[in-house]
Design a binder for this molecule. Structure first.
Ligand code: SF4
Length: 90
């Protein structure tokens, strides 16, 4: 990851490295039924994709594409993780 020399990594948050900086936010909040392909394409090359996804999961983001995943995909992931947690404590 390339950083400007005058800025230490701890001074930057993951959002500063987002591939979607400067991209039309509407792309990430498509109308119901509209394509998410373009947004996911931007996320595919994003170095902070995991941070973004975890942030959305932790904050219960209900709308938009985060970390390359749609609401439905994040719901599924949350369900799968919850199941895995339950199975590991049983
Ligand atoms: S994963 Fe996608 S939405 Fe998240 S910061 Fe990267 S480009 Fe933006």
């Amino acid at each position: 990851m390339l950083l400007p020399l005058s800025v230490e990594p701890e001074d930057r948050s993951w959002q500063d490295y987002a591939n979607c900086l400067g991209v039309d936010p509407d792309l990430f909040f498509p109308e119901r039924g509209a394509s998410t392909r373009e947004a996911k394409e931007v996320c595919r090359g994003c170095v902070v994709r995991e941070d973004c996804l975890e942030c959305a999961l932790v904050n219960g983001e209900k709308f938009g594409i985060w970390g390359g995943m749609s609401e439905r995909e994040r719901r599924r992931l949350r369900r799968d993780r919850a199941r895995a947690r339950t199975a590991s404590t049983a």
